[in-house]
Design a protein around this ligand. Sequence first.
Ligand code: SF4
Length: 289
Amino acid sequence: MPLPLPTSLSPSKVSSFTDCGLAFRFSAIDHLPEAPSVPAVRGTLVHAGLERLFCLEPQERTQERAQVCLTEAWEELRHDAELVELDLDEAAQATFVQEARALVDKYFRLEDPTAIRPIGIELKLEVELGGVTLRGIIDRLELDEDGELVVTDYKTGRAPGERQEQQRLTGVAFYSLLCERLFGRRPARVQLLYLADPVAIISVPTDQSTRGIERKIGAVWTAVERACEREDFRPNPSRLCDWCGFKDYCPSFGGEIAKADAYRIDQEIARAERTDAVDAHSDTVAAVA
Ligand code: SF4
């Protein structure tokens, strides 16, 4: 039986499919749960702190206020399920917050936030392209001194080496395409702020990069459709396996794909039962009314 198609593509899904078709399937189609990691949750905290900073008036966006914003974000995050699941003891929590604080301080070495004119923070964008829904979240959209759009994405990991260069360019072109389709204007630049280094990598989208990402998205979607039809997503073992949370399901590591099928089908049945229950409740209410 064909596998269900994923509901959308995002920059991370395109990269995931390109890196390993089977990992893509486990994440985007089977929706297998993935254990949270310290770097990912720390990234969430830093993003939340910077999001708060840019809700302040420009003159208030100082380094001291940024640390207050981080403290507020931490107070909110400390009860979040993902953080609780990390099960950090007191000392590990202190290190976790300290490292997030250091990243926020390093942000100030990359730009002056009082000079930024944001027009959108944590923007969820969605467009249709050739029958595919494209989704992406832009950390910050702003206007430059000439009134042109600028997309900014914060990265809390290290700047990419040569091997991840293609992935970086795919993400940049994807964000630019989303803006162009939604706002009718191509951003003047897309900047990735790697806070740990700290270094800013700035790209200027062009006709060529736009055509390239449209072709790439089309090719990935066609390949996904074919793989779903044939139930044929293959593992692609590489160094990325070291960080993959799906080894229990991956035949390259002695796992069984059938366990992923079972998980997905259980979830589908539970969803259908919830829908039936809601429908039955609505029918009862309508009958009483
Ligand atoms: S363990 Fe490696 S080969 Fe297997 S699904 Fe994960 S990334 Fe792919």
